[in-house]
Design a protein around this ligand. Structure first.
Ligand code: GLA
Length: 505
């Protein structure tokens, strides 16, 4: 569907000039986005409406908001207002000024605060590109659920974000694809090479999104990755800006889906980010995902659709219906045990939501990035595999050391993650700092994990009853590789460590 979103013409009519002594109060009506100055990408949004000669509005920055405009007025060719400054008792308000000038096609704006510039640049006003958007755009109504035959098992691959953030380029992506093959990670099942935020440039005159200079030829890049027997993913947002401040798909949803398909992508991560300015409740968030899900389907190309809205609104209960094969259940992981454990143990999504073609996504792996001990990383891998979570690596594959490689390519552990039955593990027993989780497998055996969430080694017995079996006659310890016919009297589990076994009756 097409819709005219660039409403500057409607809002402004003709050219405005900063020198004009008194702008009509309505001249600022609308929603304005100010691109923050590099190197700190981001957006400041002001929403202004004049009613009966009075101006009202709010300001949202990448740091806070929306906050109300106090005493908004037009003075000396600029919109001026104050906002409450809740963190600073000596300066309870901040003064802001906004000026917008230019033609319909090329709006320019400046936005500044009296003492602190909006994006943290102190002292001086900065020039920003101002763009007007129509608020509350029409979203399609929810249609029939979008059927998917993709992702029968949890997707596996690599994403640029955890290691490279927005500092990602064509060369690095190719190098990761090369390393995926050379290390044997591809042959262990890791297939997707995903470009996260930071690849976007500007739109051309027809609105077609272009990559930035770090990605000279997207089609050549996808061809290269495909030539390695791999698949490749890309990233966008339903908002006008991505989380790192790059161009989003707002107003260009179907067009961007066609662009991604034409470039040859196999996967789209769609991140709410600034979309939450427009879609802030369950209904609109869901419809905004449905809009892209339907657009991807309409391209006719098989592309996995990864929903990233941080687990809001019980996403797992509707993720499949909007065309998603995986949906984030949390905010971002970081490379430390407390964050990984909080996400993996407590925020990994309801097991009833997961199953073939639709997976809870507790975020990408940090294994290999160096912030956790070997035992902590073992817990990370064990938890994700037990949870039937997508296994998206997040380190520099070129620097995979032997221990990291052994952990990531443990075939038996991967087989639990990828088990065809697609059941997400549940905790069946807790004892002090210890937890026992079980995951029934397609062949009738049961994967069983013992986690020690404490800071001292502990020991615990695993039993046939834990696994829901009458008796156990085969035991395979997946991290040590040993096999036996019986469960030991107890397992010793290191601090913050894990034991993972598969048992059969
Ligand atoms: C959000 C997502 C991350 C990553 C960044 C990119 O924070 O949750 O996974 O994609 O945006 O800016």
């Amino acid at each position: 569907m097409s819709r005219a979103l660039f409403t500057a013409a409607v809002l402004l009519g003709t050219s405005l000039s900063l020198a004009a002594p008194a702008l009509a109060k309505t001249a600022y009506d609308g929603v304005w986005l100010f691109d923050d100055t590099p190197p700190t990408p981001g957006v400041t949004m002001i929403e202004v409406a004049s009613k009966g000669g009075r101006i009202e509005g709010t300001v949202t920055t990448r740091w806070y908001g929306p906050v109300e405009m106090l005493n908004p007025r037009v003075e000396d060719g600029a919109l001026r207002f104050d906002t409450r400054n809740i963190n600073d008792r000596d300066h309870p308000t901040r003064a802001w000024s906004v000026a917008i000038e230019g033609s319909k096609a090329h709006l320019k704006g400046r936005i500044w605060e009296s003492d602190i510039d909006v994006a943290g640049y102190r002292g001086k006003a900065k020039d920003a590109r101002a763009r007007a958007f129509k608020f509350a755009p029409p979203l399609p109504a929810l249609g029939a659920p979008i059927p998917s035959k993709l992702a029968a098992t949890p997707p596996m691959g690599w994403s640029s974000w955890n290691k490279f953030a927005e500092h990602i380029d064509d060369k690095t992506v190719r190098a990761q694809a090369d390393a995926m093959v050379a290390t044997g990670l591809r042959d262990a099942g890791y297939l997707y090479v995903n470009i996260d935020d930071g690849w976007q440039g500007q739109r051309d005159a027809n609105g077609v999104l272009q990559p930035n200079a770090k990605f000279p030829d997207m089609k050549a890049l996808t061809d290269y990755v495909h030539s390695k027997g791999l698949k490749i993913g890309i990233y966008s947002s339903q908002g006008p800006r991505t989380c790192a401040g790059y161009e989003g798909s707002y107003g260009h949803v179907a067009q961007d889906a066609r662009t991604f398909a034409a470039w040859g992508f196999d996967y789209l991560k769609y991140d709410l980010c600034s979309g939450e300015w427009f879609y802030a409740d369950a209904d609109t968030v869901k419809r905004s995902y449905y809009e892209m899900g339907a657009a991807l389907q309409a391209t006719g190309r098989d592309m996995l659709f990864s929903l990233c809205e941080y687990g809001r609104f019980d996403v797992g209960s509707w993720g499949r219906d909007v065309g998603g094969q995986l949906w984030r259940t949390t905010g971002d992981i970081t490379d430390d045990y407390p964050t990984m454990a909080k996400i993996g143990f407590d925020r990994n999504g309801k097991p009833e939501w997961a199953g073939p073609h639709g997976w809870n996504d507790p975020d990408m792996l940090e294994i290999g990035n160096g912030g956790m001990s070997a035992d902590e990383y073992r817990t990370h891998m064990t938890l994700w595999a037990m949870s039937a979570a997508p296994l998206m690596m997040g380190h520099d594959l070129r620097e995979t050391d032997a221990a990291t490689l052994a952990m990531l390519t443990n075939r038996a552990v991967i087989a639990v993650d990828q088990d065809a039955r697609g059941v997400q593990a549940r905790a069946v027993r807790k004892a002090g700092t210890m937890e026992v989780w079980t995951k029934p497998l397609a062949d009738g055996r049961v994967a069983l994990a013992l986690f020690n969430r404490g800071d001292a080694a502990g020991s615990l017995a695993a039993t046939a009853a834990d696994a829901g079996l009458a008796s156990v006659t085969q035991v395979e310890d997946l991290w040590s590789g040993t096999k036996s016919g019986t469960l030991p009297a107890s397992y010793t589990v290191p601090a913050r460590g894990a034991v993972m076994v598969v048992v059969g009756g």
